[in-house]
Design a protein around this ligand. Structure first.
Ligand code: AG3
Length: 274
């Protein structure tokens, strides 16, 4: 019998992968978590039926959510990651030579455990001397920290369930306060083809607090439509301009891609200009 896993990316579109083994399927305190072995993309992590990451294409998203902000900052020493319990973003953060500390604040410890159990290439940074992993609500954590971080990365799920608040203007205002005077925020902001409303919410919300707000794109094959967006809020530095060009071992990110990622097709530009 053939087994397939399907994410319903829209009510009338499914993205399916042939599964060779189900490694975990469990309800956590916050969401449904599944790890499956797929033929096409290797191991895949799903939360509430939505693909979070796969072994074979995780590098696009993790390099792009991390290195744009880190290389646009002259001294990205203290970095906070909200969400990102699989560890992929933390791995990219701690291998940047400018970083002194990467703090991961994940609400669901079962995500961290699933990564430890099934994704050795993602969880490898959990034990790094520059890394700190905390199981807590990121919203509270940000509220309790003032002027502390150089870069904040929001590696969240979609704005449903535990992540809803992570797309609110109030949260972005608290992130603004948690950043130092030249800090940078970056959030994952979904697909311009299918989630224009989410992009608008993130972009407009960030713009209310940050003087500089920019959107950039990357191609992630396992996410809805394959075209993914990230939104940056910056207090001083132009996020479009890499100040350092750290790119060792990268497969997607380089300084040319950094700059090009901010060049937007007309329909995407219109989403944020409306
Ligand atoms: N976080 C963003 C995943 C969003 C995917 N959406 C979907 N499949 N509908 C990924 C976490 C990786 N560290």
């Amino acid at each position: 019998m053939e087994l397939w896993v399907t994410e319903y990316q829209t009510p009338s579109l499914g993205f399916s992968c042939k599964v060779t083994q189900t490694l975990r399927a469990a309800q956590t305190r916050y969401q449904h978590l599944a790890v499956v072995e797929t033929e096409q993309f290797g191991r895949m992590l799903l939360l509430d039926g939505m693909v979070q990451t796969t072994e074979k294409d995780e590098w696009v998203y993790h390099e792009m959510i991390t290195l744009v902000a880190l290389n646009a900052h002259p001294r990205p020493e203290q970095v906070l990651i909200i969400g990102g319990g699989d560890g992929g973003t933390l791995r990219e953060v701690v291998r940047h030579p400018g970083v002194k500390k990467g703090i991961l604040v994940e609400i669901d410890e079962d995500v961290v455990q699933a990564s430890r159990d099934f994704f050795p290439e993602l969880c490898c940074a959990f034990s790094d001397s520059k890394a700190e992993v905390t199981i807590r609500d990121g919203i509270e954590y940000v509220r309790e920290n003032q002027a502390r971080f150089d870069v904040v990365i929001v590696d969240s799920t979609e704005p449903v369930g535990p992540a809803v608040q992570l797309f609110s203007a109030e949260f972005y205002q608290n992130v603004f306060a948690s950043l130092k005077e030249d800090g940078i925020l970056v959030v994952q902001s979904e697909s311009p083809f299918f989630n224009a409303d989410v992009i608008k919410m993130a972009y407009q919300g960030i713009k209310q607090s940050f003087p500089i707000t920019e959107l950039y794109l990357a191609s992630v094959p396992t996410y809805p439509s394959g075209l993914w967006s990230f939104t940056v809020g910056s207090k001083q530095h132009d996020p479009r301009r890499p100040l350092t060009n750290y790119q060792e071992g990268c497969k997607y990110y380089n300084p040319q891609v950094h700059k090009a990622a901010f060049e937007l097709p007309g329909f995407v530009r219109r989403i944020i200009e409306e």
